[in-house]
Design a protein around this ligand. Sequence first.
Ligand SMILES: NC(=O)c1ccc[n+]([C@@H]2O[C@H](COP(=O)([O-])OP(=O)(O)OC[C@H]3O[C@@H](n4cnc5c(N)ncnc54)[C@H](OP(=O)(O)O)[C@@H]3O)[C@@H](O)[C@H]2O)c1
Length: 233
Amino acid sequence: MRVAVVTGASSGIGAALCRALAGQGWHVVGLSRRPAPEAAEHEECDVADRASVEAAAARVLERHPRVDLLVNNAGVGMREGFLSGDLDHVERVLRTNYLGSVWTLRAFMPALGRGARVVNVVSVAGTIAVGPYSASKHAQLGFSRSIAAELASQGVDVLTVNPGFVETPGFPQRSRFNFLMGRLVVDPPFVADRIVAAIESGRREIVVPRWYRPLIWIQALAPGLVARVLGRF
Ligand SMILES: NC(=O)c1ccc[n+]([C@@H]2O[C@H](COP(=O)([O-])OP(=O)(O)OC[C@H]3O[C@@H](n4cnc5c(N)ncnc54)[C@H](OP(=O)(O)O)[C@@H]3O)[C@@H](O)[C@H]2O)c1
């Protein structure tokens, strides 16, 4: 039985991923503060709280000493910028989206043997600079790429997933856009299927959908231009 642990399993991409993994024969343990009906087992866990993560991991490892797949997916959004946003919210976003991935990886390391995989659900926002949420995702992207190097010697592969706009309860995207832009938003099962396919084929980094890639290249090649254009909005 292949065991997967998925954080943020109660909603959106995480819930869809639990369903997709179960369909491929995985036994999925979901971690979240609310229940996760799509997972075979659930542990209550606040990933922004290191003690909560360590306690949840200890409970899971008692039942499953080997974990074949760890998915750091839990995350919260924030639309406000650095100048107007509530500072407690800035801190919560960083603790959940970045530190939550760090705490979770470290807590589950004893169960991740050779051949195991780690998946970090980051974001296209981790490559394009637009506010505190984006900054937290830049940090998580740096974490994901760093551990890909650190874990290589232990035979653990890392997959970084950068989704674009996805319609979920926590990120209601379609209501923000007009009809045409709304057509660019995808649904959680689309992302979940891409993640499962990338796990099976051994990919290291994916952008979902693929057509976001040129935006990432433009940010890397012309950061001044991107800041000027975003500043107009
Ligand atoms: N939707 C998008 O457009 C989009 C685009 C790119 C990347 N992403 C990323 O995809 C991931 C999933 O987001 P989603 O769109 O599926 O949003 P969602 O529907 O709001 O789901 C977020 C999940 O994260 C969990 N979570 C939040 N804070 C947590 C905490 N402190 N401790 C434990 N779990 C916590 C939630 O569970 P509980 O509330 O039950 O704890 C929930 O299961 C996030 O990392 C997000 O940044 C989303």
